[in-house]
Design a protein around this ligand. Structure first.
Ligand code: TRH
Length: 368
């Protein structure tokens, strides 16, 4: 079977990250011939370093990667067409889909949300306004009534092997924090709280992340990738951008991770380690609805004081309220042990849900 996956990079890395992860999984686990069409190869190459952004077509991890532009088309459309996040297909490609017999299966891969309405719209189809085509809407999610989450085979076993092989943090060793957030006006105050706090903290910041906050807090003396700077109890390590698998290991080893958007958010949950989520900031605080919908699921089985510590700190961080986040940090820090235990049961619960990639393959097989 041939699948074409289309991806246009809005900004940041998530659109490319999710489509690349899905494409690799379809090849590796389902033996599908996958072409990933992407408009900004340079973005993908940040975490797929063997890709050459100058090449219009190349193969990596068994995936054919082609540059997407509106002239892009191929005479014969694929059996299955995945439109990443409603990115829009090149008009000539849609024509090729119409001409193809049997008609390809067209699936729009939607953004992840924990909001209850997702179950009501998952896998529904809408007919094309003009052409004899229909498009299905595939919603990742946190319930059996959704498409579930991307989880490649053996991921949890690999995590467990890595976590049992790597030493747990010994007493006196710094708290290991990963900071992969969006720009956040509350960060300098949090850095202050960490540098003046009781714990030694080693905070890994991927290159290019939180630069404004680092610049402000370090008065312009921001370390380069591979360098670190220490103020009080806080050591800030700027780490190079790395592959998705290496990024997983950074999360697997962390005592707490600040993650964002969609893909790192899901990976932090598979890491079974405590985390803080910053959804992609949206107009009118719409991202707060997404945050609260997820908290309602994630914190449901937590003891009330732990749930309160999580909700208060997450909301303060997402409100970019540094003073409130600094005030809420000690309670969140004290909740890390129960959150680590919760992380394992939460990941185990998520593993009972549909797996997004296999679900798509099954959906295609039933229809083609
Ligand atoms: O980069 P993001 O903020 O992407 C976002 C989200 O997708 C959001 O839904 C979308 O609306 C917005 O873009 C436009 O966050 P996300 O989703 O966590 O994607 C980051 C990707 O980068 C993820 O696949 C992990 C990857 N990554 C690496 O592979 N190596 C690294 O070193 C780092 C820091 C990230």
């Amino acid at each position: 079977m041939r699948w074409d996956v289309f991806c246009r990079v809005i900004d940041n890395y998530g659109d490319a990250g999710v489509c690349w992860r899905l494409a690799r999984q379809l090849v590796a686990e389902h033996g599908i011939a996958v072409t990933l069409w992407i408009d900004r190869l340079a973005t993908l190459a940040r975490f797929a370093p063997s890709l050459d952004p100058a090449l219009a077509q190349q193969r990596d991890c068994g995936v054919i990667v082609r540059t997407l532009d509106d002239g892009s088309a191929r005479s014969d459309a694929a059996d299955v067409v995945i439109e990443g996040f409603g990115c829009g297909l090149p008009p000539r490609y849609v024509d090729a889909m119409t001409a193809r017999k049997p008609t390809p299966l067209w699936v729009n891969l939607e953004y992840l949300s924990a909001e209850p309405w997702v179950d009501t719209v998952h896998a529904i189809a809408s007919p094309h306004p003009r052409l004899a085509l229909r498009r299905y809407f595939w919603f990742p999610g946190f319930t059996p009534g959704t498409g579930g989450l991307l989880r490649e085979a053996g991921l949890l076993e690999a995590r467990d092997a890595y976590q049992s092989a790597t030493s747990q943090r010994a007493a006196g060793e710094p708290l290991r924090i990963v900071l992969f957030s969006y720009p956040n006006r509350g960060l300098p105050a949090l850095f202050d709280a960490w540098s003046e706090g009781d714990d030694a903290i080693a905070c890994s910041v991927p290159e290019g992340v939180a630069t404004a906050a680092l610049d402000q807090w370090l008065r312009g003396d921001v370390p380069h990738a591979g360098q670190s700077v220490t103020h009080g109890h806080l050591a800030l390590d700027v780490v190079p951008f790395t592959t998705q698998d290496a990024f997983d290991r950074l999360l697997w080893r962390a005592d707490a991770s600040f993650v964002r958007g969609e893909d790192s958010f899901v990976r932090a949950q598979w890491s079974a380690r405590p985390f803080v989520w910053q959804p992609y900031p949206q107009e009118a605080g719409a991202h707060r609805l997404k945050l609260d919908a997820f908290l309602a699921r994630y914190a449901a089985s937590l003891h009330a004081p732990t749930a309160a510590a999580v909700a208060t700190f997450w909301r303060a961080f997402n409100d970019e309220d540094g003073v409130a986040a600094a005030d809420a940090w000690p309670a969140f820090r004290d909740a890390l042990a129960p959150l680590a235990a919760h992380g394992r049961s939460w990941a185990a619960h998520l593993a009972t849900l549909p797996e997004l990639g296999s679900g798509l393959v099954e959906f295609a097989r039933d229809r083609l």
